[in-house]
Design a binder for this molecule. Structure first.
Ligand code: HEC
Length: 470
């Protein structure tokens, strides 16, 4: 487009150039011939010796038309228009740079104005000294004329005019063909050079386009290979995850069945210890009886441990429901049930929102935390337990606070690990599984669990669960 615009501009410029040059030539011709003729008018015409070529001025009417020198040489008066014509007849190329003198009412019929000249002369107001330049209707020549006004010097020969009249004009016509020929060559040169520029530009654009496409193709290839690698990686991750899940499931079911199978021998152990004590109670001395009691007690403890482990394993395996759980009634029911053996404890339950999750599992969380709170505050004069909740970022944030034994925050990290216990056995019995179960359930719900405490200053257990919406 740029090349086309440049070409158009040059072509327009060139066309203009042709007209401009022709115009200059026309005006120069008019000016020169008029100056020449003006000099002749100023002389009042010129006398020449009559010859074969110029026998006399046929249209001149003048009292001193034919005179003779004192030596007897005859002289004849020539008018300016005649002389101009005579001079011009000697031009090498008569088609160029030639002006003629015309009028609407000529003395010489040869000087009759043509259609264009007549039109121009008609339109001229007297006193107006104007040069008209137009391009010929067919575009092959350019014309110009300059009007003549009658002055006193004209009157001796043009008796019909009075001063100020428009007697006629000097007129010229310049053919455009020679300029157009030059112009054509220039135009060809311009067109050729523009063509070359256009082609080079096209080649450049083509090359850039090809390079762009190659680049894009390379980029696509690269993106595809990255996507491939990603897909492969994801596939590998999926396979590993699957393997891992299967291994974990196998491990869980293994430990489940082991735990399960341990119960029967344990029951037998306990049962036989009882039977032995009942049957041989009298025969045994107190030390032996205590040993039997120990066997029974430890078997029971081991049974408890196994039960807790089975619970723990179950929380991982059980399919999870997703239901609305109104927490307050659930907590109230649990408190009623669990606080029975602790008549001195005060339990406050604030307003609790409705969470979303598996009701059985969530109930387990509250059960374990409330049981812990009761256990660790039992030694206080006035055990007090508070259960409350807030809603933060679409999650229910619950806490269970007690004023019991508390613990050192240095061990807070261990708290939720399986079989981790921060307190001694006889005072606070337990297997160290309850909090691990709580952590597992909370995390299966997408929540978080943590604790705050200080030794002998009570503990607060926090956990979050998804909020039920709507
Ligand atoms: C010496 C006499 C003479 C003088 C001076 C003279 N002319 Fe002419 N002029 C003639 C003659 C004769 C012709 C016609 C002859 C011809 O075409 O050969 C003529 C032709 C013309 C023509 C062409 C039309 C036609 O009539 O054929 C014009 C226009 C013209 N004169 C204008 C003037 C003007 C304007 C002046 C004064 C500034 C002037 N002339 C001075 C004698 C004169």
């Amino acid at each position: 487009m740029l090349v086309a615009a440049s070409l158009a501009w040059y072509l327009w410029q060139e066309k203009h150039e042709v007209e401009e040059t022709a115009r200059k030539e026309a005006l120069a011709t008019l000016d020169r011939d008029n100056a020449y003729r003006q000099w002749l008018v100023d002389q009042g015409g010129v006398y020449v010796r009559p010859s074969e070529k110029t026998p006399g001025d046929p249209y001149l009417v003048h009292p001193l038309k034919n005179v003779a020198t004192t030596g007897g040489q005859p002289l004849t008066l020539l008018n300016p228009a005649f002389v101009l014509r005579e001079v011009q007849s000697r031009l090498v190329d008569p088609s160029r740079g030639r002006a003629r003198i015309v009028s609407l009412t000529p003395l010489n019929p040869q000087n009759t104005a043509d259609a264009w000249e007549r039109k121009e002369l008609d339109s001229l107001a007297s006193g107006q000294d104007r040069v008209e330049v137009v391009t010929g209707a067919d575009g092959t020549y350019l014309r110009a004329l300059r009007p003549f006004f009658v002055a006193s010097g004209c009157l001796p020969c043009h008796t019909a005019y009075k001063e100020g009249d428009i007697a006629g004009a000097i007129s010229t016509s310049v053919p455009l063909a020679p300029y157009q020929a030059i112009n054509r060559k220039t135009v060809q040169g311009i067109a050729f050079s523009h063509g070359v520029i256009w082609l080079v530009g096209l080649a450049g654009i083509g090359a850039a386009y090809r390079r762009g496409r190659q680049h894009a193709a390379a980029q696509r290839e690269w993106a595809a290979s990255v996507a491939n690698m990603n897909a492969e990686l994801e596939c590998r991750v999926a396979v590993r995850t699957e393997e891992l899940t299967r291994a974990l499931a196998e491990l869980e079911s293994f430990s489940y069945s082991v735990s399960h199978d341990l119960r029967a021998p344990l029951r037998a152990l306990n049962g036989y210890a009882h039977l032995l004590k009942e049957a041989q109670g009298e025969a045994l001395d107190p030390e032996q009886q205590r040993m039997l009691d120990r066997i029974g007690h430890n078997a029971e403890k081991m049974g408890q441990l196994i039960d807790d482990m089975l619970d723990y394993a179950r929380t991982a395996r059980a399919a999870m429901k997703k239901e609305a759980i109104p927490l307050k009634p659930m907590a109230e029911a649990l408190v009623r049930e669990l606080s029975e053996p602790h008549p001195g404890a005060r339990l406050d339950i604030a307003d609790l929102p409705t969470a979303e999750g598996d009701p059985v599992m969530v109930r387990q969380i509250f059960a374990n935390l409330i049981a812990n709170a009761l256990k660790f505050s039992a030694g206080r004069d006035a055990p007090a337990i508070t259960i409350g909740a807030t809603v933060e970022d679409g999650m229910v944030h619950c806490f269970v606070r007690d004023n019991g034994a508390g613990f050192d925050m240095a061990y807070a990290g261990k708290l939720f690990h399986l079989f981790q216990r921060l307190h001694r056995e006889p005072e606070f019995p337990g297997t160290g599984v309850g909090l691990a179960i709580v952590k597992r359930i909370v995390e299966r719900h997408g929540g978080r669990v943590w604790a705050e405490a200080a030794p002998a200053a009570g503990a607060t257990f926090h956990f979050t669960l998804p909020l039920h919406k709507g």
